[in-house]
Design a protein around this ligand. Structure first.
Ligand code: HEM
Length: 475
């Protein structure tokens, strides 16, 4: 018996000696095979998020993937997030693809100090409460214009109007941002943004190049015309003072760097940068929230009840929005499940290695100049951060339960030094439009939810739109 036991132990030891190195070689090769052709692996996975998801399931909270540059990692650990996101440098290489549209020296890649000065000087255009208050009636007008069109369409058909909701939400969020003819501009902008995003991850189709170059020219000419027109108006004294918009601020104020008036190139860059940052984001936020609501009639009824009880059919004021607790929870939860933004990125200091203590106590040392991506949808769907993360449960944001939410696990607007400067404005816009829709319609999906496919662009869009049926509530 004891001989047998010794043989057992002996064979286990031999096996271990043979297998451990074999396993280490296998694991190393596996890691290497991932980095051999990350672009191919990304294509096979079906996009950036599924690819990163696979890597994290294999490698844990820190995953190295070499995309789009070799020295890049993806991180879903909140301790690293906290230490890193407070730094305000973005990786230039990662955002190099926007140079076609914005030029090589643009706000996206300004270093921390320059970005901070700039954000301070033009921030008045959208960050301050007084400005949001002043914009509010225009936002209401735009919302009502769309509601009236949908109502008309709903009256014409017995079973409600079927609306291509993504198209309309994007039109809604572009409206009021520029005076340009929106239908053509939107088409061109979509092409440019789609093309540029694909370039970033090596998915660019060269056959599309001419079309994209033409669209790029169209966007550039139109933004420049818009600037010329406003400069003329201001010269003639035609533009009202009061809550000045971004373009007026840039034409009238001085560049904080030079103390001189902003150059035309600078005004173009900033206007286009803001169009990129704002055009898709709010509209897509509204779209995905409606997508969640359309699948949950009981949540819709609860939301309508909250709105009706407070407003009795009247238009909301800005202050009303803050008091609608359930509306706030619905939007936060929808943004958790369907974050419009796909990732946030930072560049670590280039002169020294960075060391971190992970949430689980492990130490992590990263090479100087590492690019760290924080894949928002993965943070939002982590079981470590949310119970039943796949469930749409607005009540997790209620006053009673909101302390259960761990810091830094909700990042649709980023975090730290470069957090979205328009978070408050965007939330007001999204909540207002949803409120108007809920006051006027019951919303249903016009296709099965499983047929809705995500498409990664600058934001997470719906590949073939989401047709929704709007039925008038007839209040
Ligand atoms: C639902 C709507 C929106 C979402 C989800 C969103 C999300 C984001 C995110 C994730 C970032 C990067 C943050 C970081 O790096 O930490 C960002 C930056 C930015 N956003 Fe937004 N955004 C939205 C709406 C808007 C709107 C309406 C505007 C303008 C009116 C805007 C202007 C900007 C600008 C200018 C930046 C760059 C700031 C910088 O480089 O320092 N965003 N946004």
């Amino acid at each position: 018996m004891s001989l047998l036991r010794n043989i057992d132990i002996y064979s286990i030891l031999v096996l271990a000696i043979l297998l451990i190195p074999a396993y280490l070689i296998y694991a190393k090769n596996k890691r290497r095979s991932l980095s051999l052709d990350p672009q191919e692996a990304l294509k096979q996975a079906g996009g950036f998020i599924p690819y990163i998801k696979k890597l994290h399931s294999e490698q844990g909270p820190i995953a190295s993937h070499g995309l789009p540059m070799p020295n890049t990692i993806s991180c879903i650990d909140t301790a690293v997030m906290k230490a890193t996101l407070s730094c305000g440098n973005r990786p230039k290489e990662l955002f190099a693809f926007v140079a076609d549209l914005l030029g090589h020296d643009n706000l996206q890649i300004y270093e921390q100090g320059r970005a901070a000065r700039f954000r301070k000087s033009v921030g008045a255009a959208f960050g301050q409460e007084a400005v949001i208050e002043a914009k509010f009636p225009t936002l209401c007008d735009i919302g009502i214009q769309f509601i009236n069109e949908w109502k008309k369409a709903a009256e014409e058909s017995r079973n409600g109007a079927v609306i291509r909701m993504q198209d309309d939400c994007l039109a809604l969020s572009t409206e009021g941002r520029t005076d340009i003819d929106l239908t053509e501009f939107k088409k061109a902008y979509d092409l440019v943004l789609g093309g540029l995003f694909d370039k970033q991850f090596g998915l660019f189709d060269e056959n599309e190049n001419q079309k994209i170059q033409d669209a790029l020219k169209y966007v550039q000419e139109n933004v420049k015309n818009l600037i010329d027109q406003r400069q003329e108006e201001i010269k003639r004294g035609g533009k009202e003072k009061g809550a000045r918009d971004l373009l007026t601020i840039m034409i009238e104020d001085n560049d904080p760097e030079t103390g001189e008036p902003f150059t035309d190139d600078m005004i173009y860059m900033i206007m286009t940068c803001f169009l990129i940052a704002s055009y898709h984001t709010s509209g897509i936020g509204i779209l995905w929230t409606l997508f969640c609501l359309a699948q949950m009639p009981e949540i819709q009824r609860r939301l309508q009840k909250e709105i009706d009880t407070m407003l009795h059919g009247r238009l909301p004021s800005l202050a009303d929005l803050a008091d609608l607790e359930f509306l706030n929870s619905v939007v936060k939860e929808a943004f958790r499940l369907h974050s419009p933004s796909v990732f946030v990125a930072r560049l670590l200091p280039t002169d020294t290695p960075s060391t971190f203590t992970l949430t689980n106590g492990d130490e992590l040392s990263l090479e100087p100049g590492t690019t760290v991506l924080f894949p928002t949808p993965l943070v939002h769907s982590s079981k470590d951060y949310y119970a039943n993360p796949e469930t749409f449960d607005p009540d997790r944001w209620s006053q009673q339960r909101k302390d259960e939410i761990k810091p830094l696990t909700w990042l649709p607007f980023g975090y730290g030094a470069r957090i979205c400067p328009a978070e408050r404005l965007a939330m007001v816009e999204v909540k207002l439009i949803l409120l108007l829709i809920m006051q006027n319609f019951d919303v249903e999906l016009a296709i099965p939810a499983e047929k809705v496919e995500e498409a990664e662009r600058f934001v997470l869009m719906a590949k073939d739109d989401i047709p929704m049926r709007l039925k008038s509530r007839g209040l």
